[in-house]
Design a binder for this molecule. Structure first.
Ligand code: AMP
Ligand code: MG
Length: 533
């Protein structure tokens, strides 16, 4: 497939109402799901990274990717005749407050490609210039945040977690003014554009906005569009949508969201800004902003400086917050369903289902064949409090746990400590009481695994398929960004490759599986981030 012959099948623009105005100025957009808008051409675009897997998904080959036409397309300089660039209109709750209309302020969709896999993938340029939804901002993105989005979304995919993908990362050749740490020192940074790819970029907020305006017609159109295109199995055979079709759709969104959060908890991912405009309707991880990865296990940690005091989106609050978000979606679609009770049941069941799924996930992390309800829950919860009590690296801990044999000698502390030495940030600070508590936990754990009948090797293998060895630790991303800002993109490419096999031992890249070094403990970008991107 060559670039020019890409099949664009722009169902969204064909099936949903467009904004009647097509000039590009900021405004309130009503009775429309999107506005047509062209990307702003960029001065001297250069592609610095791309994903061959995502290209293959779109039936593109390496020669296409390496053409100047591709770079031009990925930076908004070339619009193919079949493309119908547009930005989506949506609203959202930001940090618990209804914010009204937000929309794609710096994202411009090029259109949807229908692939030979018989699916559809929308291509979206992030940082491609102002749109009717840019409000007071510039519509641009900097290299720093674009590298983070590019690397993390691909890494999530290889971890087996639903996510938007990233096709390409380009420099625009222009600079962007940003106050990186909100200290009044704005600086010029390199501008960049990431091309994101997903079957759907609709968010919870896409449904909330028409609901807030009592626009039931648009709300219904959006729901049916979503079902027809991304939940096809729910489409009524006779073509007549009923309340139960809408409810089944909501229930599935709720399930997918729950599954997503369980995955995040499994790998130690903290999204950082779980506003309802950042919640994908198809249950993907979307909008990589001030996200972070857990180094030392801490349920109260959030990377987002704007959320430091409240910790609304902290690691351990992601399940509750996602339920709160699901509740906002329920409120939004209520006028179409008109029955509170079944919506309420789904909301109430959310945390019950979460607890069950979380338990099953933890059982896998610990190498247990089957999650056995309450007795296992107390084993998992006591482990989490031990991990929280002293600074223990989450990723290293679970890999080390796989090295605990079924016959580990716990008579003294020396054998088990040898297994976990690398996981502690300050091994000298482990108290005698702590060691004792840990030994007791290991005794329970070994009893539990011995009831399962797996050999140590079998258990270790299954654990190492769910407990990653390589994650995009915040300090590692910072190093790749700092090199890229100096024109060296090799670290991005290297990381991209390492993170393709996150569960596999890669002895030559052992350095990328180390705990956060001391210099990174309080460094901006490693321990905290702002929304400035
Ligand atoms: P976020 O929470 O980062 O996803 O962004 C919230 C809203 O602000 C969304 O509507 C974004 O499109 C918009 N936004 C963020 N950064 C910019 C920017 N530089 N220019 C225009 N809009 C932006
Ligand atoms: Mg967003």
């Amino acid at each position: 497939m060559s670039l020019e012959s890409l099949q664009f099948d722009n169902r969204l623009t064909e099936q949903l109402p467009a904004d009647k105005i097509d000039e590009n100025y900021c405004r309130s957009v009503e009775h429309a799901a999107f506005s047509y808008v062209d990307p702003t051409p960029t001065q001297s675009p250069v592609m610095i990274a791309y994903s061959t897997e995502v290209a293959a998904l779109l039936d593109l080959e390496e020669t296409d990717i390496n053409s100047s036409l591709f770079t031009d397309m990925m930076t908004g300089n070339q619009i193919l005749s079949q493309m119908t660039p547009y930005s989506l209109c949506y609203g959202g709750h930001q940090f618990g407050q209804w914010a009204g209309q937000l929309g794609d302020g710096r994202a411009i969709n090029l259109g949807e490609i229908s692939t030979h896999h018989h699916d559809r993938q929308a291509l979206q340029l992030k940082g491609a210039g102002k749109t009717p939804y840019s409000r007071h901002a510039d519509g641009l993105a900097v290299l720093r945040s674009s590298v983070r989005e590019f690397l993390c979304s691909e890494s999530m995919f290889h971890l087996g977690i639903p996510t938007t993908r990233a096709l390409s990362l380009c420099l625009t050749g222009e600079t962007v003014l940003r106050d990186k740490i909100y200290d009044g020192n704005a600086k010029h940074e390199l501008g960049a554009i990431t091309c994101r790819v997903s079957p759907s970029f609709l968010r919870f907020g896409s449904f909330q906005l028409p609901a807030s305006r009592n626009d039931d017609i648009l709300l219904k159109q959006l729901i049916e569009f979503s079902i027809n295109n991304d939940f096809e199995h729910l489409k009524p055979q006779n073509g007549v949508f009923t309340e139960s079709t809408y409810l089944a759709w909501f229930e599935e969104i709720s399930e997918r969201t729950c599954d997503l959060i369980v995955h995040w908890m499994r790998v130690g991912f903290v999204h950082g800004v779980m506003n309802t405009d950042n919640m994908s309707i198809i249950g993907e991880t979307i909008d990589y902003g001030p996200y972070g990865w857990i180094d030392d296990f801490d349920l109260d940690w959030t990377p987002n400086t704007s959320d430091r005091d409240e910790g609304r989106y902290a690691f351990g609050r992601q399940a509750h917050i996602s339920q709160w978000n699901i509740m906002q979606l329920a409120n939004a679609i209520y006028p179409i369903i008109k029955q509170a009770a079944p919506l309420q049941t789904i909301i109430n069941d959310y945390l019950i289902n979460y607890q069950q799924k979380w338990g099953e996930m933890m059982a896998q992390k610990l190498g247990l064949i089957k999650f056995q309800g309450n007795t296992d829950l107390s084993l998992f919860q006591s482990l989490e409090s031990l991990l929280s009590e002293v600074e223990t690296d989450m990723t290293l801990f679970y890999r080390a746990l796989a090295n605990v044999s079924n016959t580990l000698n716990l008579d003294t502390h020396s054998e088990w400590l040898a297994i976990f030495t690398d996981c502690y940030y300050e091994i000298e600070s482990l108290s005698v009481e702590y060691k004792e508590k840990f030994r007791q936990w290991l005794t329970l754990y070994i009893d539990r695994i011995n009831k399962e009948g797996l050999t140590h090797q079998q258990r270790a293998e299954s654990m190492n398929q769910v407990n990653p060895k390589y994650v995009l630790r915040n300090y590692i991303a910072v190093q790749a960004i700092e090199a890229a800002e100096q024109g060296d993109y090799s670290e991005i490419i290297k990381l991209q490759n390492i993170l393709k096999s996150p569960y596999q031992e890669q002895p030559e890249y052992e350095a990328y599986a180390k705990k956060r070094p001391d210099w990174a403990r309080h460094k901006f970008g490693c321990s905290m981030l702002s929304c400035s991107s």
